[in-house]
Ligand binder design. Sequence first.
Ligand code: LRH
Ligand code: MN
Ligand code: MN
Length: 387
Amino acid sequence: MTQFPDVAPQLAQQAIELPSWAFGNSGTRFKVFGSAGTARDPFEKIADAAQVHQYTGLSPSVALHIPWDRVESFADLRKHAEDLGVQLGTINSNTFQDDEYKLGALTHTDAKIRQRAIDHHFECIDVMNETGSRDLKIWLAEGTNYPGQGDLRGRQDRLAESLATIYQRIGENQRLVLEYKFFEPAFYHTDVPDWGTSYTQVAALGERAVVCLDTGHHAPGTNIEFIVMQLLRLSKLGSFDFNSRFYADDDLIVGAADPFQLFRILFEVIRGGGYGNPDVAFMLDQCHNIEQKIPGQIRSVLNVQEMTARALLVDTQALAAAQEAGEVLAANQIFMDAFYTDVRGDLAAWRETRGLPADPMKAYLESGYQQQIEGDRVGGAQASWGA
Ligand code: LRH
Ligand code: MN
Ligand code: MN
């Protein structure tokens, strides 16, 4: 018998935003594989995301990427989403695919190019006003490939100025969320490579500017849960992009590569007051290059739910006592006991009490939706950079 009943009410609060791009075809820089039934436009991506929510009850919103998800009427897209029981969520900007941005966008030495990139963010804010989105998420592909290529300090100063201009447009109830990534596509230096730089930039902007932590954006061996702790301590952890990695920014299913790391991260989120807290948004940022996309997203949200349940099961009172008593191994055992608790049976039973299928994956696969989209849709949309 686990203490599962004690933690179940907290699980009911869980919401994990899905990325629209997970439902389009994607790939590596070597090849994009098409797959049968892939969504052809943003409306179909939303419909697929709604399936994930229908069977799991875990994903009430969908993040969009502009321009990938640019549509004629965002009001129509919003209505479409709401009719299907989901909301439109974070708006992600994109300054990484235009020729003009080859040497930088918000950091570019040419004021005209910087303005173009700023205008793109203004467009994203306009979209947010139509979709009802709270967060503008900015990930910048900016950096240099060779030492001496750019003035590191000058770029940082221009970045601060550009971000301040964008921040001024952010509404009272909106947030600017700045994501960091240690390398790629630039390989010598990146302008926002780490949480410290992201924190420094958003701290200068104000309260409505926060950091996004993408779990795949760190060097191997980085203690990500420490960063989670620190950002929560500073009230600057705005959101997560969850995924998992074996090597670099692999964008694989969250919890697939290192379930124990996911557990440790979620433990720190809970410990730091970030769980069930709307200020800390949970999102997936993944691509399903070779596996089916809707099942891939179902697996992902279930992995997060499972590890959240285990992290909630840590006996924090006993843990604190062991820590204070200097009981090194006892403290570690308390932590590991929770990690090793198999909650799958409890979760299945609990789902049924909430009118959800015990096994969401099975329910989806038996629903006929996959066969229907494979028959109906021809020529799925390209989702991402792997073109
Ligand atoms: C960059 C990133 C960022 C983008 C997404 C498509 O690697 O993680 O969040 O918006 O991928
Ligand atoms: Mn990301
Ligand atoms: Mn990434």
